[in-house]
Design a protein around this ligand. Structure first.
Ligand SMILES: Cc1cc2nc3c(=O)[nH]c(=O)nc-3n(C[C@H](O)[C@H](O)[C@H](O)COP(=O)(O)OP(=O)(O)OC[C@H]3O[C@@H](n4cnc5c(N)ncnc54)[C@H](O)[C@@H]3O)c2cc1C
Length: 324
C-alpha cells in the first residue's frame, strides 16, 4: 500500500514547479503516515518530467495520447485508476486549474475527504487531519478538520517552501500503468494553446496588474515595459479582462488565477474581495490608486495615493535609469 501519492502535473512536457511544494508537504506528512511516498505522472509525453521526480519515491506513469491535453475528465480518470491500484492514504494535488479539478473528481468518485487550499496541514491524535485555510480574501484563517482518511489534499500555491529539486542522478525506471478509463463522456476536440506574452503570472516573482482605473488597453503597454524591466509578468483584474483590454490568462482572482509572487503591484485596482482572493498571499503588495479609501489599501504593504498616469511613467523611468 502507498502512503502518499503526489500528483506531478506536466504542462507541455514540463514538470510544473508546484510539484516541489507538494514534495515538502508529503515529506512532512510521511512522518505520521506509513507506506512511503509515490508520484503519479500523467500525460502524453512525460518521460523527461518523470525523470525529474526521481529520488523522491516510486514513480508511477500513465502515458497515453488521450492525456495529451489538460482535459480534466481524462486526467481525473487516470488519477482515479492509479489511486484504485495503489490505495494511497493521501493524495496531494497542485492547486492548478487541472490539479484542483482532478482532486475534486477523485474525492467525489472515491468518497475521500477533500482538504482544499490549505496553508498548514497536520495529522491529529484521533487519526484525522487539521489544516488552515485562508478565506474571505485572506482576512480570516479558518481551521478545518477532516476525519479518518483517505484524504485528497490540495495545498495553496506558495504556502509551502519548495523542496530542493533532485538531479535525476538516482533515477530508476518508472512503473508504467496502461490507461484503461471507463467510457469518457467528454473529449477535447480542438485543443488550442493560447500563447501568453511574457512569463505566466503564476510563475513570475513580480506581477504588475492593471484594473478598471487604467480605462483602456493602451496603458497595459506601460505595465508591460515595467514588467520587462524587472523580469516580471503583467496581470489584470476582471474588469480589464471583461472589457477586452487583455487576455483572460492574465486575470487574478476568484474566477482567474491565484498567485503568490514576491511582489504584486496593483495599479488602478479597487481591491474587491474577488480580486484579493487571487493575490492576498503575495509577499509584498503595492497599490497605486487615486482613491485613498479604496479597499486595496487595506491589504497593501505600501501604497501610493495618486494618478497612475503620473506615478507609473516615473516608476518606469526610474527603473530604466537603474537598469541602463
Ligand atoms: C462571482 C464573481 C467573480 C469575480 N471574479 C473576479 C476575479 O477573478 N478577479 C477580479 O479582479 N474581479 C472579479 N470579480 C469582479 C470584482 O467584484 C470587481 O468588480 C473587480 O475586481 C473590479 O475591478 P477593478 O478594481 O479593476 O475595477 P474598478 O472597480 O473599476 O476600480 C477601479 C479602481 O481604479 C481606481 N482609479 C481610477 N482612476 C485611477 C487613476 N487615474 N489612477 C489610479 N487609480 C485610479 C479607482 O479609484 C478604483 O479603485 C468577480 C465578481 C463576481 C461577482
Amino acid at each position: 500500500m502507498t502512503g502518499i501519492l503526489i500528483v506531478a502535473e506536466v504542462d507541455a512536457g514540463e514538470l510544473r514547479p508546484e510539484f516541489w511544494e507538494l514534495v515538502t508537504v508529503a515529506r512532512a506528512m510521511s512522518a505520521t503516515l506509513s507506506g512511503g511516498i509515490s508520484i503519479a505522472v500523467i500525460g502524453a509525453k512525460v518521460d523527461a518530467a518523470a525523470r525529474q521526480t526521481a529520488g523522491i519515491g516510486e514513480v508511477h506513469v500513465i502515458e497515453d495520447d488521450r492525456l495529451a491535453d489538460p482535459w480534466p475528465e481524462a486526467h481525473a480518470a487516470a488519477l482515479i485508476q492509479l489511486s484504485g491500484e495503489l490505495a494511497p492514504q493521501m493524495v496531494i494535488a497542485p492547486r492548478t486549474i487541472l490539479g484542483a479539478e482532478m482532486a475534486a473528481r477523485l474525492a467525489v468518485r472515491c468518497r475521500w475527504q477533500l482538504v482544499q487550499d490549505v496553508t498548514q496541514i497536520e495529522a491529529t491524535a484521533d487519526g484525522g487531519l487539521q489544516g488552515v485555510r485562508p478565506v474571505s480574501g485572506g482576512a480570516v484563517a479558518a481551521t478545518i478538520r477532516a476525519g479518518a482518511g483517505p484524504w485528497v489534499v490540495v495545498p495553496r500555491p506558495r504556502a509551502f517552501a519548495p523542496a530542493e529539486a533532485g538531479t535525476g542522478a538516482e533515477s530508476i525506471a518508472p512503473l508504467r500503468h496502461s490507461f484503461a478509463p471507463p467510457a469518457l463522456a467528454t473529449a477535447c476536440e480542438t485543443p488550442k494553446r493560447i500563447a501568453v506574452e511574457g512569463i505566466s503570472i503564476d510563475r513570475a516573482k513580480t506581477v504588475i496588474a492593471g484594473g478598471g482605473g487604467l480605462c483602456g488597453p493602451e496603458p497595459f503597454t506601460l505595465l508591460r515595459e515595467i514588467a520587462d524591466l524587472v523580469g516580471g509578468a503583467v496581470g489584470a483584474s476582471r474588469v480589464a479582462v471583461d472589457s477586452g483590454w487583455v487576455q483572460s490568462a492574465l486575470q487574478v482572482g476568484l474566477t482567474g488565477k491565484t498567485i503568490a509572487p514576491d511582489l504584486y503591484i496593483a495599479v488602478g485596482i479597487s481591491g474587491a474581495i474577488q480580486h484579493l482572493i487571487g493575490c492576498s498571499s503575495s509577499q509584498v503588495i503595492v497599490a497605486v490608486n487615486n482613491d485613498a479609501s479604496a479597499p486595496i489599501f487595506g491589504v497593501a504593504n505600501y501604497g501610493v495615493v495618486g494618478d497612475w498616469k503620473e506615478v507609473m511613467p516615473a516608476f518606469r523611468d526610474a527603473l530604466a535609469g537603474r537598469t541602463a
